[in-house]
Design a protein around this ligand. Structure first.
Ligand SMILES: [Zn+2]
Length: 393
């Protein structure tokens, strides 16, 4: 389905702009009119991370006249493997500022708007309303649903992308012309079921594969050329090197964009909607969570503890807490871990950040290990508070 251009053309291009964009101008489908539309376009990139990095670079180079970037995070060394908009000297710098500096270097003819803040239910409507189109480069379900809901409520199209290890997906969600994210995924996955890139890893170059699809779609929607990914989900497999697209229909019963919507404003709390950890895990962890420093002092005092790392073997290989035994979460889910736990020691579980270990804690406590505990903040907290010489990943 081809759609009319989203943006009206700017009055004219300057001589500098004509020179800079000449390779666009000589493509008949883009031409002067298309480039003027890009000049007039206001695009917001949510996140200057894996997907935001290539997206911002190419949106800037393409001549999108107003380019916004919202990110609250600072550049970390572990970002540089894929977040190519930042460099070594940017480590410790706010990502939004670092990204804006790169964008200005690539194209000084465009306006960059820096939103160095967390996107929240308080500001999302106000921020989005300043733009024609959103590029969603977020990496968590709570923000994803919030981006979708805000875009639908404001009637704005947005280009969505997601990445994990070697797999990527992308689509254009525009409720006026097709489905929204909730039509495709009516409910967030159960907590802990879908690992994040921080937990499972991501091939760096996958970000470019998916981020460039997002820019491609943004340009098509802004200028009204080609067949945008509205109503289609693009699925990319980097190992097989296949792209396939599947139809996504608008769900007439969608709670947000369907015939009788029940979600007519933003939810109060998207974190709660997506449930960072399940109710069982929360209950198990309540009163049974220790700090990394407490674990260290128990170990130093020679307490009778059995420390279990519930992460995956490759994570354990990167960094582990001294003395911890590796039993991946899957073995707790299928029950085989339980027979490996000693009855005469206090069980201490940990993972990377505390979410997976809380899920396992619920299983362990149900099996009768009533004094078992888990380490809040996991191995990341251990690195921060006990041994900063270890690599955070
Ligand atoms: Zn919908």
């Amino acid at each position: 389905m081809s759609l009319p251009p989203l943006v009206e053309p700017a009055a004219e291009l300057t001589v500098d702009e004509v020179r800079r964009y000449s390779r666009h101008l000589i493509i008949p489908d883009v031409g002067m009119a298309g480039q003027k539309r890009l000049k007039n376009a206001k695009v917001l990139c949510v996140g200057a991370g894996g997907l935001g990095s290539p997206a911002l670079l190419y949106l800037a180079a393409a001549g999108v006249g107003t380019l916004g970037v919202i990110d609250f995070d600072v550049v970390d060394e572990s970002n540089l493997q894929r977040q190519v908009i930042h460099g070594q000297s940017d480590v410790g710098r706010p990502k939004a500022e670092s990204a804006a500096a790169s964008v200005r270097e690539i194209n000084p003819l465009i306006d960059v708007v820096v939103h160095n803040e967390v996107l929240t239910t308080e500001n999302v409507m106000e921020v989005f309303s300043q733009y024609d189109l959103i590029v969603d480069g977020t990496d968590n379900f709570a923000t994803r649903y919030m981006v979708n809901d805000a875009a639908v409520l404001l009637g704005k199209p947005y280009v969505w992308g997601s990445i994990y290890r070697f797999d990527g997906q992308a689509s254009v969600f525009w409720a006026e012309h097709g489905p929204c994210y909730r039509c495709l995924y009516p409910e967030p996955p159960p907590p802990g079921m879908v690992p994040s890139c921080a937990e499972g890893g991501v091939l760096g170059v996958l970000c470019a594969s998916i981020g460039s699809i997002q820019v491609n779609e943004a340009i098509k929607v802004l200028t009204g050329i080609g067949e945008p990914l509205v109503g289609r989900l693009m699925i990319y497999d980097a190992l097989e090197m296949t792209y396939r697209s599947v139809k996504v229909r608008k769900d007439p019963e969608c709670v947000l964009c369907g015939k009788n919507p029940t979600v007519t404003e933003l939810l109060e709390d998207y974190e709660a909607f997506c449930g960072a950890v399940s109710a069982e895990a929360q209950e198990a962890a309540s009163g049974s969570t220790i700090t990394a420093a407490e674990l260290k002092s128990w170990q130093d005092a020679g307490e009778n503890v059995y420390v279990v790392d519930v992460r995956e073997p490759n994570e354990y290989e990167i960094v582990s807490i001294p003395g911890a035994v590796l039993i991946p979460k899957g073995e707790f889910l299928n029950g085989s871990a339980l027979e490996r736990l000693p009855q005469d020691k206090k069980i201490v579980l940990h993972c990377k950040s505390g979410a997976r270990s809380a899920e396992c804690l619920a299983i362990v406590k149900n099996a009768g290990f009533s004094d078992a505990v888990h380490v809040g903040g996991g191995v990341l907290s251990w690195i921060k508070t006990v041994d900063p010489s270890l690599p955070a990943y």
